[in-house]
Ligand binder design. Structure first.
Ligand code: ADP
Ligand code: MG
Ligand code: ZN
Length: 652
């Protein structure tokens, strides 16, 4: 913020300097030399063109035209006329040549030269043009002042530093109700009580019940926490004040605390209402943590929040809702009874939930009749609500780009891949060698996955580059399994190493393309040992998260090695062993199925992308020649109704 003001000032100074230079330049350019004959000069005098004429010394003549006419300097040696002399004669009334001019000439013993040389010193412009630079300056100053006030006051309310930037969500404009939230039945049930309380608080207070003050929505990003909070306000028909945690931790020290105070004052005036603090982890993180110093602005804000929450009894009709995706990093004081003592876990949707969410977002879009919400739900394992919304939009965009009148299943499928992997980079040029490498790499993943009993089924293999990857092998994870079996993890590690193993087997070399596979495999192996306790020799001991978040947050910074050196080297050895044996296993599988590997790579190089069904056929012996034969046969028969790949849209 402060930086921006500085930039503005610098920028303005630059503009001012440029403006001044330009105007000076214009004036300087007007300084042109001219010559007129003496008779012409005398004619001009007679016509009263001059305000005054001065003859100095020998034959230096100086003349200034009347107002708004050219100021002319008759001079053979300009420097002889000093400022003093000019000033002395300036206000003399106009001289006429007959009287004073001759006298002046006589006084200075000047004679008429044949010609007078003169400079037009100043093209005197109309008065308003002379004011132009000053107008510019004033305008710029005005803008600076405006910007400064606008920045410091948030909404243009000058100098009100401490006002909260809470947005009052107007529920009359676009009312969100529980109907807009799909697949979150349990969550809605838990929140229904809150709605009830906001609607009729007396019912509860008469009974002597203590109403919960704070409700914390916990769940991964995009699962609809913000949406749920809004829908509670919409259901109850009360105002909704929303602020984001990072809004508190902005600008200047002390502002955060002031904003909290103001937010609660505003809410009390509007009770019953909901205060919603989105992404509360930005301000509510455990105190005394964080690497960048503890006692800062954030803590002050958090303290103020705690004070305000304690400051009302809870029966005033204000419910504080907050959302976070990491409840474990919040300060325990926030979660104590009487504060956010109620937690609602918002989980990623299951198949049925995804089906319902899809239906909601499909409402205002034109989907083809053959699009089944159930099928979409099956294809989108792991998607959260925000992903599904994004998917609907992406598929609509694809349909428009393909010139269709409605969104078909093919657009949806392509959009799913797009949401998972980012857009295809078809124009990205790759060398033949690189293409071959990618084809074998992906074929390796797919065949290893298919050969292992506990891997997810392969749904798509492609060698079309995507952002960050040369190709990809998609598998469909088992639905709703947050918990994985030991065999599943080991097989998945092996599958991750399948790409690299294929490169080694066929090309006798390995590429850098496998680096993210290696990382994935290693992370899984580490979790296998340290988190899931699946490695027999070490047993079920929790040895810390593999993802290192705790360390990143600075908590337990000095004590995170809570286990001995001996154990730690055992862990390293275990991970090492898991990876090496998985690598060997992948290599062995591919060596046994070398012909299938060649066939698959060949098909991939030709077709670029194949479906799960096609992959299954290749795994069972189908070759590229079979594919090409089938294609030409179906082209001859002119019927493609059973073609496994949807025909490409007609190209004009
Ligand atoms: P969060 O706050 O948990 O990160 P949001 O509430 O911001 O997620 O969700 C983003 C968008 O995703 C919403 O605006 C909505 O369109 C969509 N969405 C998420 N969950 C659902 C759901 N359960 N039902 C319908 N739409 C959802
Ligand atoms: Mg949100
Ligand atoms: Zn890979």
């Amino acid at each position: 913020m402060k930086k921006r003001i500085l930039y503005t000032l610098l920028y303005t100074a630059l503009v001012v300097v440029v403006v001044i230079l330009v105007f000076n330049g214009l004036q300087g350019n007007a300084n042109e030399k001219k010559e007129i004959s003496s008779s012409e000069f005398i004619k001009m005098m007679q016509d009263g063109e001059f305000r005054f004429v001065l003859v100095v010394n020998n034959n230096a003549v100086y003349a200034v035209t009347q107002e708004n006419k050219n100021k002319i300097n008759f001079d053979q040696d300009n420097s002889k006329i000093s400022d003093d002399v000019m000033r002395k004669y300036e206000y003399k009334s106009s001289v006429t040549y007959t009287e004073e001019f001759d006298k002046l000439l006589a006084e200075t013993q000047a004679k008429y030269p044949d010609t007078f040389r003169y400079d037009i010193l100043h093209q005197s412009s109309p008065w308003y043009l002379q004011f132009l630079p000053y107008l510019f300056l004033m305008l710029i100053m005005g803008v600076i002042i405006y910007i400064f006030y606008a920045q410091t006051s948030g909404n243009g309310k000058a100098m009100q530093f401490g006002r909260s930037t809470a947005k009052l969500y107007d529920e009359s404009k676009k009312k969100v109700t529980f109907n807009e939230v799909a697949g979150a039945d349990e969550e809605k049930e838990e929140l229904a009580e809150i709605v009830d309380f906001l609607k009729s608080p007396d019912k509860f207070t008469k009974m002597g019940a203590r109403i919960p003050k704070g409700v914390l929505l916990v769940g991964p990003p995009g699962t609809g926490k913000t949406l749920l909070a809004k829908s509670v306000a919409g259901e109850a028909g009360v105002p909704f004040f929303s602020i984001t945690g990072s809004d508190f931790v902005e600008l200047y020290v002390g502002i955060g605390a002031a904003r909290v105070r103001d937010l609660f004052t505003q809410a009390k005036k509007n009770a019953p209402c909901i205060i919603f603090i989105d992404e509360i982890d930005a301000v509510g993180r455990r105190r005394g943590s964080g690497i960048g110093g503890g006692h800062d602005e954030r803590e002050q804000t958090l303290n103020q929040l705690l004070v305000e929450m304690d400051g009302f009894i809870g029966n005033e009709g204000i419910i504080i809702m907050a959302a976070t995706n990491r409840a474990d990093i919040l300060d325990p004081a926030l979660l104590r009874s009487g504060r956010f003592d109620r937690q609602v876990h918002v989980l990623p949707p299951d198949t049925k939930g995804r089906e319902e969410i899809f239906k909601i977002h499909a409402r205002n879009k034109h989907f083809a009749a053959d699009v089944s919400a159930h099928e979409v739900a099956l294809l989108t394992t792991g998607f959260v609500g925000a992903d599904i919304e994004n998917l609907c939009n992406e598929s609509a965009l694809l349909a428009v780009r393909r010139g269709k009148t409605e969104i078909g299943m093919q657009e949806l499928k392509d959009a799913i891949t797009r949401v998972i992997l980012g857009p295809e980079k078809k124009s990205h040029k790759v060398s033949d060698h690189e293409r071959k490498l990618v084809a074998y790499h992906e074929a390796g993943h797919a065949i290893v996955a298919r050969s292992l009993p506990h891997c997810d089924p392969v749904t798509e293999v492609s060698v079309i580059p995507r952002s960050g990857a040369g190709g990809y092998t998609l598998t469909r994870p088992n639905d709703n399994s947050d918990t994985y079996s030991r065999r599943y993890i080991l097989d998945t590690i092996t599958m991750s190493l399948g790409g690299r193993a294929a490169e080694k087997l066929v090309l006798g070399d390995i590429s850098t393309g496998a680096s993210s596979d290696i990382r994935h495999a290693t992370d899984l192996a580490r979790s296998y040992v340290t988190k899931y306790g699946m490695y027999d020799e070490i047993g079920p001991i929790y040895l810390g998260d593999a993802d290192g978040d705790e360390i990143f947050l600075g908590r337990d910074f000095s004590t995170h090695k809570a286990f001995s050196e001996e154990l730690s080297s055992k862990v390293d050895a275990a991970i090492h062993e898991i990876i090496l044996s998985a690598d060997q296993k992948a290599y062995q599988i591919l060596a046994d199925k070398l012909q299938i590997l060649h066939n698959l790579a060949e098909v991939l190089l030709n077709k670029e992308k194949i479906t799960g069904t096609e992959f299954e056929a290749i795994y069972n012996g189908k070759t590229l020649a079979d594919f090409l034969a089938a294609e030409s046969a179906s082209a001859n028969a002119d019927s493609d109704s059973t073609a496994p790949i949807a025909p490409a849209p007609a190209k004009a």
